[in-house]
Ligand binder design. Structure first.
Ligand code: NDP
Length: 311
């Protein structure tokens, strides 16, 4: 297997990875970035991004990511297609396998592999992707002013998203599979007492319908042990909030993660505890998960990598 050595390896190509590439490129660290399964990351699946500073007229997710990539390339970042399939962080330089066929070693590593929103696995979620199905209320909620939407999930994220959407939409259905919410008490109270939110306990969304994007969802209500009722609810937007899966599996043997898999970093820094290994963006952020916060942490990781390499 051919082995290549690089000073600074960046794994993942969302706002965190590209920002880290801009900074490490400008610092002459000759960063090599592998884009991963979805070049550009989660934002490439959204349409309009209106809350990234610097774009008063908004920008589409794919254009924003393309701009970030070009800016990184301008400073010499070597951006490559490829998926890092294995990692060995047991000793420096750290060793990685790309696409199962190439070995690469690095003195410093920035992990910015992001998180993947979980979906229910319905065929209709794919059919209506970008046409009424979203996993990010903060990103897409604006398009549902005075419309009806559904949020699936019963955790804190679902409750937060339902409350956020209720400030815009005319009606919000919270579809909860259990007879109770898993969210914190305060969020439960807010949701239950909100005049625009209707909580549908023991309901499952099983399909969507509509000729021009989502026009409604098919639901099943569980009634006792054996009985169920099937009916349809008219909605314009269908939001998933059933959790995210941080893309940290290959690093877990060496890095501390929380019970969900988010990489735990030291305090307000991107330091993982393994010297020269930094984590930035959604893979290390269960709380904010915004493009701008990811970009900010990518910047921090790059500065830490530069300090580490220049030590
Ligand atoms: P959680 O794992 O806490 O909740 C996921 C929810 O989705 C649960 O209600 C779960 O149901 C439901 N769910 C999962 N899979 C399915 C499915 N296939 N069909 C239907 N429903 C499903 O994830 P969150 O993203 O809400 O929260 C993650 C962590 O982040 C939590 O610790 C949370 O407290 C924290 N958080 C904190 C916030 C804050 O403090 N402001 C804001 C947001 C999150 P079930 O209960 O049946 O498993």
């Amino acid at each position: 297997m051919a082995t290549e050595h690089v000073k600074c390896l960046i794994i993942g190509s969302g706002p965190a990875g590209y920002t880290a590439a801009i900074y490490t490129g400008r610092a002459n660290l000759s960063p090599v970035l592998y884009e991963g399964l979805q070049p550009g990351g989660q934002l490439t699946t959204t349409t309009e991004v209106e809350n990234f500073p610097g774009y008063p007229d908004g920008v589409t997710g794919p254009v924003l990511m393309d701009d970030l990539r070009k800016q990184a390339e301008k400073f010499g970042a070597d951006i490559r297609h490829g998926i890092v399939t294995k990692a060995d962080l047991s000793k420096a330089p750290y060793t990685f396998e790309v696409d199962g066929e190439k070995e690469i070693t690095a003195d410093a590593v920035i992990i910015s592999t992001g998180a993947t929103a979980k979906y229910l696995g319905l065929e209709d979620e794919k059919k209506y992707a970008g046409m009424g199905v979203s996993a990010c209320a903060t990103c897409d909620g604006f398009f549902y002013r005075k419309k009806k939407v559904a949020v699936v999930g019963g955790g804190d994220t679902a409750c937060e998203e339902a409350i956020y959407l209720a400030s815009l939409a005319s009606e919000v259905y919270l579809v909860v599979r259990k007879p109770y919410l898993r969210a914190s008490q305060i969020m439960q109270e807010r949701v239950m007492n909100h005049p625009k939110i209707k909580v549908l306990f023991e309901h499952n969304a099983v399909g969507l319908y509509g000729d021009n994007g989502v026009e409604g969802m098919h639901v099943v209500k569980r009634m006792g042990e054996a009985d169920e009722e099937r009916y349809d609810i008219a909605i314009d937007g269908f939001f998933l909030a059933i959790g995210h899966k941080p893309n940290s599996d290959i690093f877990k043997p060496w890095l501390k993660t929380d019970e969900v898999g988010y990489i735990i970093t030291g305090g307000n820094t991107p330091c993982t505890g393994v010297p020269g290994v930094f984590a930035a963006g959604d893979v290390a952020d269960p709380h904010y998960r915004q493009a701008i916060t990811a970009a900010g942490s990518g910047c921090k990781a790059a500065i830490e990598a530069e300090r580490f390499l220049n030590k």
